[in-house]
Design a protein around this ligand. Structure first.
Ligand code: PGA
Ligand code: ZN
Length: 439
């Protein structure tokens, strides 16, 4: 059994130019592997803690030198000597070593970087691709990509309050085809925006970030782009939203507020939870929206229940900030029927083992799972392999623009092409699997 002989952390940069950590795990068989940790902007309050130095003289306080020291010191001390295939044992050792419920002592970034690098080194030791090492030998499912082609909220300096407007090319026959459809819509949207004199600069996740009058205008433009690109809205390509409503909630007023419009001194709306639900129902009745993430805030459990009652039978209701990839919150959500799908982000919980357990729990409840990047990413494409390994069937990793986003899509293209006869693409709307050799 290969044994871990070294663990070294490095302070590197993420896609927003903020420091993050990459970890190298070395083994006694000469193999070594890296993994890097992403970082969110609209983070849920119950997420595992991303530790930063707070020293304002370096990187405006965002440095991770202490996190690197913990990896090189405390973590290396207990993990070196362990069997690299003992992922669960290693992850539990890290959780115990940290000793806090939210990984705030060592930092979820220190723990996750180590956890993921261990998995990579283990896969390499077996001579296996990461998705095979994590997922086993069964035929694999390529996910429906959810491409965030219009950015707003915390990810863009524009007027849009909803964070993400995504296209879901669910009716494609292969991942490659789905991605191509999404890319064609993306470029068509660019031409449409340009023609209308709107800016085509992009937000943190690579989607365009124009100043628009309303969410409806954003949706109209996307429909126009889908149609002009030659696809049927709703039938072939549907729309997904991430409202990131925790960012819009004002605890004092107990209302969802179009905060960006308010800040920009534009006309803005405020909505109670009931009004927000009615608004989302209104949008679903007008547009082919089949997935809504974080339509309400992270503490509005009552509202989520109502939202799922109202829309859960017809569309996917995805909890991100509400569940933070944490089994404890997911358990409550299953019991209260708060949603019917969960967003999966490795760094919200901080170890590979816990992430896999959360996915398995969601699946046992009949829920869907969507693996997700963060708005601050690196070139590491671990989540592409993870999606395939766990057969999640859906991934959101931004627009087809900016290398930290395309790295994940590109990895999936290669996996699908390599596994031609053995891979299937999931039409999430019909729950139908397509094999590319027959497509
Ligand atoms: P974040 O956004 O990475 O900035 O948290 C992604 C999301 O909300 O899904
Ligand atoms: Zn989200």
């Amino acid at each position: 059994m290969p044994t871990i002989t070294s663990i070294v952390g490095f302070e590197i940069l993420d896609s927003r130019g903020h420091p993050t950590i990459t970890v190298r795990v070395g083994l006694d068989n000469g193999i070594s592997a890296f993994a890097s940790v992403p970082s969110g902007a609209s983070t849920g309050m119950h997420e595992a803690v991303e530790k930063r130095d707070g020293d304002k003289r370096r990187y405006q306080g965002k440095g991770v030198q202490e996190v690197v020291s913990s990896v090189n010191g405390e973590i290396a001390k207990v993990i070196c000597g362990m069997n690299v295939f003992d992922q669960t044992g290693i992850d539990h050792t890290l959780i115990t070593l940290d000793g806090t419920p939210n990984k705030s002592r060592l930092g979820a970034n220190a723990i996750l970087g180590t956890s993921l690098a261990v998995a990579r080194a283990a896969a390499l030791s077996c001579g296996l691709e990461l998705y095979r090492y994590l997922g086993g030998l069964h035929p694999i499912i390529l996910p429906c990509p959810m491409l965030n082609i219009l950015n707003g909220g915390a990810h863009a300096d524009n007027s849009l309050d909803f964070q993400e407007f995504m296209v879901r090319p669910h009716a494609a026959r292969t991942f490659a085809e789905a991605l191509r459809w999404g890319v064609e819509v993306y470029h068509t949207l660019r031409s449409i925006l340009k023609k209308k004199g709107l800016v085509v600069s992009v937000g943190d996740e690579g989607g365009f970030a124009p100043n628009l009058q309303s969410d409806e205008q954003a949706l109209d433009l996307i429909i126009e782009a889908i149609t002009q690109a030659g696809y049927k809205p709703g039938v072939e390509i549907s729309i997904g939203l991430d409202c990131a409503a925790s960012e819009l909630y004002d605890a004092k007023e107990k209302k969802y507020i179009e905060k960006k419009r308010r800040e920009r001194k534009e006309e803005f709306k405020t909505r109670t939870a009931e009004e927000q639900i009615a608004y989302l129902q209104h949008l679903v009745s007008l547009y082919p929206i089949d997935s809504i993430e974080d339509g309400l805030g992270e503490n509005d459990w009552e509202g989520w229940q109502k939202l799922t009652k109202a829309l859960g039978a017809s569309i996917q209701i995805v909890g991100d900030d509400l569940f933070v990839t944490n089994q404890k919150f997911l358990e409550r959500g299953i019991k209260e029927e708060s949603a019917n799908a969960i967003l999966i982000k490795l760094n919200q919980i901080g170890t590979l083992t816990e992430t896999i357990q959360t996915v398995e729990r969601a699946r046992r409840a009949g829920w869907r799972t969507v693996v997700s990047h963060r708005s601050g990413e690196t070139e590491d494409a671990f989540i592409a392999d993870l999606t395939v390994a766990l057969g999640c069937g859906q991934i959101k990793t931004g627009a087809p623009c900016r290398s930290e986003r395309t790295a994940k899509y590109n990895r999936l293209l290669v996996i699908e092409a390599t596994e031609r006869t053995n891979s299937f693409y999931l039409d999430t709307n019909k729950e139908r699997l397509y094999n590319q050799t027959k497509a």
